[in-house]
Design a protein around this ligand. Structure first.
Ligand code: ADP
Length: 508
């Protein structure tokens, strides 16, 4: 199985950037390596593009916009639908690549490909339904019309925790709307983004015609029918991030920036965007409360928590971060959680037995160690796990008696640590839940209908899961409030982020 996964992913590994339908190297011949977080071995090298190359990709995406926006919505929808079909057809190989560069388990990687593809599918259906409006005029001689038009070239900056789905859910609505895309994936995980594009035909021939996977991957974005310049993937190293980010946010030919990442970088990008007067969507950090009230079904709450907390080894912006448990059920729930967590195998993501894969890099594991040290020093108790294993692995951990003075209470953990906080009243739980500057996802478990209605109204978050730990789906709007950002991804609202409403007043 391990060998299988490795060979599946090497079929689709690309070591060039993708601009205007061509695979290109850095003009300065610079490249950077991508590490497998489990083995710490380099699995591929990609070009570190120069700022001139980034600039020229924007010009080319702008040239392509004129043609792409004129293709009918129905036809754009057909192309996206073909892209979806190709992703699903090749999901094992695409998933294997995610596991290689991100570390998450193969099961999670497959779920990610299905999730990403579902956004492409959803927006393939939205493309032919971009309808304008006719408004009632106050004057008989004037007709008031609203046309929805694509914004132009959209730039995307994406993180490493969903190397494929995060891209699909930005690119899907943009392409459906008639925009063209310049994507800068995370320098930790650019290979999955490149795999969504296309495989080099020449290389395919050199390596032999009997390798059917080459044929499949030759057929992703381009085989689906996306014209050159419509979807571009820029690979840039950590060193270039700041210059490239600034260029994208201030370039006159970029119409929109959509960013997913930390609040810290989001703020920097927003300040650049104020210079460039850009429309923006920001999906920033979270600090999700997960509240368990006394009437909750504890087994359901436990499985919801495990799914929400330990997904991608705890490295998602919607992972449960502060687990608030009512005093009446605290001891029982802590015991159940400890038992469950103690049984979760840690290992490389390509081992089918693994539940908890590695963290993305050594720095991430260092951070978890520091958070735990700070908590224990201030009185928290580790009741399960707590140890770093090698350079990037960390045992799934249960931490009790967490208090507001601890860093782990205030910060997004981004690791497999479940931190438990005891509460006594509903008001107290809601107050704690709302007490950070973040407002992305929140969760609570209760079977008291009146309480459910009150609490869902009081939580100041963009998303609320009630008796459910996994809430993301293409059909629903994903987005936050407060320091977690603004804008919506997915759903019937998602495409509006890529359209402007042109008002026409026609005197007749
Ligand atoms: P994370 O901590 O989850 O990696 P970041 O906000 O650091 O989140 O990174 C998210 C994305 O932002 C990545 O693609 C990264 O390369 C990019 N990035 C990081 N620093 C900058 C910067 N100064 N300007 C523009 N993009 C950046």
């Amino acid at each position: 199985m391990t060998q299988n996964i490795r060979s599946l992913s090497t079929y689709i590994l690309m070591n060039k950037a993708f601009i205007n339908g061509k695979w290109i190297d850095s003009l300065e011949n610079k490249s950077f390596g991508i590490l497998n977080p489990a083995s710490q071995k380099v699995i591929g090298n990609v070009p570190d593009l120069t700022i001139e190359q980034v600039n020229s990709s924007i010009l080319l995406a702008h040239d392509s916009f004129d043609k792409w926006k004129k293709i009918s919505g129905k036809e754009r929808g057909h192309i996206l639908r073909k892209w979806f079909d190709l992703m699903i057809k090749n999901k094992e190989a695409l998933a294997a690549l995610i596991t290689q560069e991100n570390g998450k388990t193969m099961k999670e990687s497959l779920t990610e490909i299905e999730l990403g593809a579902s956004y492409i599918e959803w927006f393939s259906g939205e493309a032919p339904r971009i309808n304008g409006d006719i408004l009632t005029s106050p004057k008989r001689e004037k007709q008031l019309l609203v046309f929805k038009e694509p914004l132009g070239v959209c730039a995307f900056i994406t993180p490493w925790n969903f190397p494929s789905a995060m891209i699909a859910r930005k690119v899907g609505p943009a392409l459906a709307a008639g925009c063209t895309c310049v994507l800068k994936p995370s320098e930790e995980t650019p290979l999955s983004a490149l795999a969504l594009a296309k495989k080099d035909r020449k290389k395919e021939k050199q390596k032999g015609k009997n390798k059917s996977f080459f044929f499949f991957f030759n057929k992703l974005s381009q085989e689906a029918g996306l014209p050159p310049g419509v979807f571009n993937v820029l690979t840039c190293s950590t060193k270039s991030n700041s210059d490239v980010g600034k260029l994208l946010c201030t370039h006159p030919l970029i119409s929109k920036i959509s960013f997913t990442g930390s609040t810290k970088i989001g703020k920097i990008l927003l300040s650049h965007c104020s210079q460039g007067i850009k429309k923006t969507s920001m999906e920033l950090g979270g600090n999700a409360p997960f509240i368990i009230f006394p009437s909750a079904d504890l087994k359901k709450a436990l499985s919801g928590l495990i799914a929400s907390k330990f997904r991608c080894s705890g490295q998602t912006c919607v992972c449960a971060n502060r687990i608030l448990v009512h005093a009446d059920i605290y001891d029982e729930f802590a015991r159940l959680l400890k038992e469950e967590v103690g049984d979760m195998p840690v290992g490389p993501g390509n081992d089918p037995a693994t539940d908890i894969g590695p963290l993305i890099n050594k720095a991430a594991a260092d951070n978890i160690e520091a958070l735990l040290e700070d908590s224990v020093l201030k009185g928290a108790k580790v009741s399960a796990g707590g140890k770093r294993l090698g350079e990037t692995f960390f045992e799934p951990t249960v931490l009790q008696h967490v208090t507001p003075d601890m860093r782990i209470y205030q910060e997004e953990i981004f690791g497999p640590v479940a931190s438990l906080i005891k509460f006594s009243t509903e008001e107290e739980a809601v107050e704690i839940a709302n007490s950070t500057p973040f407002g992305l996802a929140s969760y609570f478990y209760s079977r008291d209908v009146e309480q459910i209605w009150r609490v869902k109204s009081s939580l100041h978050f963009g998303m609320v899961g009630i008796n459910e730990g996994i809430i993301t789906t293409a059909e629903a709007p994903f987005g936050g409030v407060k320091y977690s950002g603004f804008g919506y991804e997915g759903s019937k609202y998602g495409i509006e982020e890529y359209l402007h409403k042109k008002y026409v007043c026609w005197s007749v």
